[in-house]
Design a protein around this ligand. Structure first.
Ligand code: ADP
Ligand code: ZN
Ligand code: ZN
Length: 728
C-alpha cells in the first residue's frame, strides 16, 4: 500500500511512501508519522491512503514509512477538509496550514505527557508496625483520598522517604500517573450559575438555535451581556453531547475572561494561549483531542482545535484585526470559523459592539442571521461623550502642551479629587506612516485614489499604497499651506511625562509594548490598576478592550486622528471601533462615566458616529464610500509580497509580475509594483503589488500560473495575502 504524506517543507506537494505490511491495519488518515527524508527522518501527516505501488508506477522506488508517531489522528476528516479548503482559498501550501493548526509544543520531537508519582491509600495485608506520625499521615491521605507525592510532602510536612517506607509497609500505593499541566490549576474559581436573561438576551439565544445554519451576528453594545449568551449557548451544546470553541482576541484573553468560562464549565474548559508553557499547551491540546475538555477558549489558532462533534463556534469581538494572521499562512480566523461551521454543521456566532463591515454587510444581504442588543445587561449606563476639537484650541495656554486639552485636564483633576480612576488612551496605530499637518490635521492624499499617501523614509517620498503612484515629500500642507507637516505621532513616554508635570502627585501607570514585554506584566499592570494602586492608566490600544474596571469614570482619547489618517481604507472603521471600544470602558458600574475625545476632525462622520455610539449611521455612510470606491467588502483586495536580500532582484520580479497580472486580470485593478513602507527589514527588501476585484479565485489562478511559468530564484521569497488587512 502507498500513503501520501505532507512534510513541513513548504514545497506544496505530498510525498509518497510505501506502507509496511504490518503497519497497514494501523495506519489512518490524519496520523503523524516519522518518514525518511533525504538523509534524515522527518515528521509528516498522512493525507492520502491506498493504491498499490505497482498501479502508481512506484514499484521499488518508494521508501517505507518509519513508524507511526501517534495512532490517534491529529486531524479528523472534517478538519482535513477545512485545511484543504483554506489552503486553496488563501493559496498557502497545505503543510503550512497543517502546521499552523497544531501547537508547536505538541509537534516538538520529544514532547510528552508529564507523569508524577500519585499516592493512594490502601489496606495493609497484615498487621504492620507503624509510628504515631505515620498513622497521622495515613489518616490524612485517607481523608484526602490520595494525592500527588510532591504536594502531599508539602501539605503534610513529610518526605518522599517516609512515604516510600509507608509504601513498603503496604499502607499506601505509589505509582506514576499522568498529570495534566493546566493553566487553571491551583486557581480557586467559584462556580457560577446561569443568569436570568433579559428579553433581548433571550431573543439572541433563541436565534442561536433556530434551524437556520447561517452564522449569527450579534451586534450588542459593550456590557449588553453577550458573554452570558455565549455561556448559555455553550451549556446547551454540551447537553446535546457536542463541543464548543470560543475565540477571543489574544489581547482580551485575560484571566478574567478565562475565569468566566471556567466558573461555568469547570475542567471541561481548555485554554490555548500564547502565554502558556509548552507543557501546559501540550496537555491542554491533548485534553481537547481526547474529549476530556469540550469547551476550548483561545485566540485565532483555537479555530483549529481538535474538538470532535463540534456544535458551536463563538467568535467574540469578531471585528478584531488580530484574528488575521499576518505571517504565512495568512488566514482570517473569523472566516475560517465560518468555513468550519459549514463543514461540520456547527453553529457560528459572531459577537461585537462594533461589527466589521464585512460581517455587517453579510447580515444586510441575508448571508448571516442578525440580532441587536442595545441596552446594558448589568449595572451602569452608557457614558456621556464629549468631543474636544483641538483646532479650536490653538493659542490656548495649557500646561499639557499640545497633548492635553484644557477640558481633559480639568476632568482628570476632578477624578483625582474624587478618588476615581481615569484611563487615557493614546492611539499609536500607524505611527509615523501617514503625513499629517500639525496645523489643520489634514493628510496628503493621492490624487488618483483620494487616499492618504504612505511616507517612505528610505527614498523620502510619499507613495500611494492602492495604485503605487508616488510624489516627493511636499514642503507645505496642500490644504492650508502650513510648513508644519509631520510624520510623527505622540509617544506614550512623552504623554506620560507631560501628565506627570500637570499632576505631580498622581499615580500613573503606563502600558504599551515597551512596558509589557515581560511575560506577566500585562496582567500585573492591570491588576495593580484594578486594586486602585494607581489613579491613571495611560496606554495604547492594548487597553481598549475587554477590561472591566468599576472605579473608572473617565476615559480620554488623546488623539483620535492618528488612526483616522492612516493610509488604510479601513482607517475610518478602525477609528470608529477604537473610540467605541474605549468608551465602553467608562461607567461600567454604579458610577456614571464620561468620555472625552480629542480630535482635529470633529466633523468627520466616523468620529461623530463614534461619539454618539451610533454604529448603524456609521456603517451606512462608510459602506456607501466603500461601494463608491470599489473597496472591500464590495471587492476582494489582496497583496502579493515579493522579498529578497537582493534589492534589484526583488524589484525586477515584482515589476515583471505586476505587468503580467495586469495583462492576465483585465477586469481587476492591479497596482504598479511598489516598495513596502518598511522597504528593508532584517536585510530583506520588500516589494508588493495590490490586486482588487470582485472575486478571489481568478487572482489565485493567475498567480499560481505565473509561479509555475518561470522558475522563481531560490533567493526570492514570495507570498500572496488574500483579503489583506495590511497594506503597508
Ligand atoms: P458583554 O460581553 O456584552 O460586554 P457581559 O456579558 O460582560 O457583556 O455583561 C456585562 C455585565 O452584565 C456583566 O457584569 C454581567 O455579569 C452582567 N449581566 C449579563 N447578563 C445579565 C443578566 N441577564 N442579568 C443581570 N446581569 C447580567
Ligand atoms: Zn494643513
Ligand atoms: Zn493612488
Amino acid at each position: 500500500m502507498v500513503c501520501k504524506v505532507a512534510i513541513d517543507l513548504a514545497l506544496d506537494k505530498l510525498f509518497a511512501y510505501s506502507v509496511p505490511g504490518d503497519m497497514e491495519k494501523k495506519l489512518a488518515i490524519g496520523q503523524l508519522l516519522s518518514v525518511p527524508f533525504g538523509r534524515r527522518m522527518a515528521q509528516g501527516f498522512v493525507l492520502e491512503l491506498g493504491g498499490d505501488e505497482e498501479a502508481g508506477g512506484f514499484t521499488g522506488k518508494l521508501k517505507s514509512v518509519d513508524r507511526i508517531l501517534d495512532e490517534v489522528p491529529f486531524f479528523s476528516p472534517a478538519l482535513l477538509e477545512l485545511v484543504r479548503r483554506l489552503s486553496a482559498y488563501i493559496a498557502a501550501p497545505i503543510e503550512s496550514v497543517l502546521k499552523a493548526a497544531v501547537p508547536a509544543a505538541v509537534l516538538k520531537p520529544g514532547a510528552k505527557p508529564k507523569e508524577l508519582m500519585f499516592i493512594a491509600p490502601s489496606l495493609p495485608a497484615k498487621e504492620v508496625e507503624i509510628t504515631k506520625r505515620q498513622q497521622w499521615i495515613y489518616d490524612q491521605i485517607v481523608r484526602l483520598g490520595g494525592g500527588w507525592m510532591n504536594q502531599l510532602c508539602v501539605e503534610l510536612d513529610t518526605t518522599p522517604a517516609t512515604l516510600k517506607l509507608m509504601g513498603q509497609k503496604g499502607l499506601i500505593q505509589i505509582a506514576p500517573r499522568r498529570k495534566f499541566r493546566s493553566p487553571l490549576m491551583n486557581r480557586r474559581i467559584l462556580p457560577s450559575k446561569p443568569m436570568r436573561l433579559n428579553p433581548g438576551q433571550q431573543r439572541a439565544l433563541d436565534r442561536v438555535f433556530v434551524s437556520s445554519t447561517k452564522p449569527l451576528l450579534v451586534n450588542g453594545i459593550t456590557g449588553s451581556g453577550k458573554t452570558e449568551i455565549y455561556l448559555q449557548a455553550i451549556a446547551r451544546v454540551l447537553e446535546e453531547g457536542k463541543g464548543a470553541i470560543v475565540m477571543v482576541p489574544e489581547i482580551a484573553l485575560t484571566p478574567q475572561t478565562v475565569q468566566r468560562f471556567a466558573a461555568r464549565f469547570g475542567d471541561r474548559v481548555a485554554v490555548l494561549h500564547s502565554a502558556l508553557s509548552d507543557g501546559e499547551r501540550y496537555d491542554e491540546w491533548h485534553r481537547i483531542r481526547s474529549g476530556k475538555a469540550r469547551v476550548v477558549v483561545g485566540p485565532r489558532s483555537a479555530v483549529f482545535a481538535p474538538v470532535n462533534n463540534l456544535g458551536l463556534i463563538v467568535v467574540d469581538e469578531e471585528h478584531e484585526h488580530s484574528y488575521k494572521q499576518e505571517d504565512n499562512p495568512r488566514y482570517h480566523a473569523r472566516d475560517v470559523a465560518v468555513l468550519r461551521g459549514t463543514i461540520e454543521n456547527a453553529k457560528v456566532v459572531l459577537g461585537s459592539a462594533t461589527p466589521s463591515l464585512e460581517s455587517y454587510r453579510n447580515a444586510i444581504t441575508g448571508k448571516y442571521d442578525y440580532v441587536e442588543l442595545s441596552e446594558r445587561a448589568g449595572p451602569g449606563t452608557l457614558p456621556q461623550t464629549m468631543l474636544v476639537d483641538l483646532n479650536a484650541r490653538d493659542g490656548d495656554d495649557n500646561r499639557g502642551g499640545s497633548i492635553y486639552s484644557r477640558e481633559l485636564l480639568e476632568a482628570v483633576r476632578d477624578r483625582l479629587a474624587r478618588s476615581e480612576q481615569t484611563i487615557l488612551f493614546l492611539n499609536r496605530r500607524g505611527y509615523s506612516r501617514s503625513v499629517t499637518c500639525e496645523d489643520c490635521g489634514g493628510t496628503v492624499d493621492c490624487d488618483r485614489c483620494d487616499f492618504p499617501y504612505t511616507y517612505h523614509r528610505a527614498d523620502q517620498c510619499l507613495r500611494c499604497h492602492l495604485c503605487g503612484g508616488w510624489i516627493p515629500v511636499p514642503r507645505n500642507c496642500p490644504h492650508c499651506g502650513s510648513s508644519k507637516i509631520s510624520y510623527r505621532g505622540i509617544g506614550t513616554q512623552r504623554a506620560e511625562a507631560a501628565l506627570s508635570k500637570c499632576f505631580p502627585k498622581a499615580r500613573i501607570l503606563r502600558m504599551d509594548a515597551d512596558s509589557t514585554s515581560r511575560k506577566h506584566s500585562h496582567d500585573d499592570i492591570l491588576g495593580a490598576f484594578r486594586r486602585h494602586e494607581a489613579d491613571i492608566l495611560l496606554g495604547t490600544q492594548m487597553i481598549a478592550k475587554g477590561l472591566d474596571f468599576p472605579n473608572v469614570t473617565l476615559v480620554g482619547v488623546l488623539n483620535a486622528d492618528q488612526s483616522l489618517n492612516m493610509p488604510d481604507f479601513r482607517a475610518a472603521e478602525r477609528t470608529f471601533q477604537l473610540i467605541a471600544q474605549v468608551s465602553g470602558r467608562a461607567g461600567r458600574a454604579e458610577l456614571p462615566g464620561e468620555v472625552i475625545i480629542q480630535t482635529r476632525n470633529s466633523a468627520h462622520p466616523a468620529i461623530k458616529a463614534a461619539a454618539a455610539c451610533d454604529f448603524k449611521t456609521f456603517a451606512r455612510q462608510e459602506l456607501a464610500v466603500r461601494e463608491e470606491e470599489n473597496l472591500p467588502p464590495y471587492t476582494h483586495l489582496s497583496v502579493v509580497h515579493v522579498k529578497s536580500q537582493d534589492r534589484e532582484l526583488a524589484q525586477a520580479w515584482a515589476e515583471m509580475w505586476a505587468d503580467a497580472l495586469k495583462k492576465a486580470l483585465k477586469t481587476f485593478s492591479v497596482s504598479d509594483a511598489m516598495p513596502s513602507a518598511i522597504e528593508r527589514a532584517d536585510g530583506w527588501y520588500r516589494y508588493q503589488i495590490v490586486v482588487s476585484g470582485l472575486s478571489v479565485s481568478p487572482v489565485i489562478a493567475a498567480w499560481k500560473w505565473l509561479l509555475g511559468a518561470k522558475r522563481v530564484p531560490q533567493s526570492l521569497n514570495v507570498a500572496i495575502d488574500v483579503d489583506a488587512y495590511n497594506l503597508i
